[in-house]
Design a protein around this ligand. Sequence first.
Ligand SMILES: [Zn+2]
Length: 563
Amino acid sequence: MAIALTGCSQQDAPSDTTADAPASALAIATFGEDPAAKKAALLINEDYMRGVVVEISDDRYEGRGPGSRGDDAARKYLADEMSALGLEPGAADGSWDQTFDLVGINASQPDSWTFEGADQSMTLKQWDQFIVGSGVQDEKATIDNAEVVFVGYGIQAPEYDWDDYKGADLRGKVLIMMNNDPDWDPELFGGETRLWYGRWDYKYLSAARQGAVGAIIIHTSPSAGYPFQVVQTSWTGVQFELPAGDEPRSQISAWLTEDTARELVAMAGFDLDKLREAAFNRDFQPVPLGITTSIDMAVDIQRAQSGNVLGLIRGSDSALRDEVVIYTAHHDHLGIGTAGDDGDVIYNGARDNGTGMAQILAIARAIKALPTAPRRSVLIAFVGAEEQGLLGSEFYAANPTFEAGKIAANINYDSGNIWGRTHDVTYIGLGKSSIDQIAVSFAAEQGRVVKPDQFPDKGYYYRSDQFNLAKIGVPAMYLKAGTDFVDRPPGWGRQQQDHHTEFLYHQPSDEYDPSWSFDGLVDDALLGYWVGLAITDADDIPVWKPGDEFEAARLDALESLRK
Ligand SMILES: [Zn+2]
């Protein structure tokens, strides 16, 4: 990463948030003192969690690929385990499984793609210069002689008084746009923190909302947070989606390398740097490039089914039990795929996300053991098809088992700390809601400090399941490993994580290893347990920080409760 990350905004985040009125101050002061809750907390322990990780990462689950028999087996195991703990089935039909359909889309990307200028044309090479996917769930994706328009960031954000489209008629056009969001001003789009507006999924949707037939994102490594190679590997082969609803869709979603985009606009007499500079301003207007293009792709469509496994602990307070705190951990991984160096083809996903499943099962076990259930209900949600683009949580958010305005908070776990005890804990989403205050207090009781996302430009908040709940207004806490390890030299934690990313992350080698430490997993699960209990028992539900990108969704959700 070439971006300077450690602006003061990071250091400021925790202390900023303590300045907010803590909605749950009373609960914080008293809950940690409750002897029954302390006793139940002992059930969140290494033995139990180790057993879960060993089981769920076993080869017989075949890497839990969505729609596979390993996926079925994993869902059955999770339901059986929750049943054994005494939870109730949490799906709307009274079962454990909230099933959903998946559509697998495999576009035959053309070898070349031609753009016509006024007096010359340019033909691009697939893989090296462009990657293109189908935006539609049809047998083919087509654009015919469509005009190409540069639209800056392709962002419409009323809360920042930002609109790159300015009412231009973009129906039937192909929009070419920059990645990320404006990052030079801390007051604008969270500064260097990537908001949803800076993510490719937002950009393609934004183009579709304009009636565009296609959208092209200009790749740069700093603006994407990863090299073009990641685009190449993750945008080829089968892409799973939920079945299309009535949301707008473009025919194609594409990426160009920066050099290719530079050449393309130069063919039309434009300078890419000047176009981008103009797009740094609020008064930017879309620029028709005087280029047209066509594409015709055959698309292979497959269908499959997976599900979210839901277990419920009903609240004890009759006035509050229709409100809920939701714990999430995705149960899917990558299934069976390309062999690793040792010929292993099973992507066991022991850390990703055997550890998260173990953490929320252990939390469920402790909450269930309380002599009196929490005032609000608790939903344990093992969501599916996360690795395919957060599809299970997207389905849940579209079909929630509690009204959106009654979901007090979400606590998410994905790929936990397998390296030991830490002085710190990473809270992705820190600085966004009043959950901060609660987390900071309980972490302090553990003798730990809470740190924000250490890679804010990568947009991790938008890359795990809590994001889909945030979109319907639910404030969330996503806990990840700290980096400051007890009795280890500075930098040791980062080294472990880097090593994991290089040799194990999303590889068949992400297998259970008896040398893993469960101390950090236990501490992080305990933190989620205490924070969850503080929220379930507080008088008021958490709130977004004023002006947060998801505050409007929350206000809408609360408003619709009044109707
Ligand atoms: Zn994961």
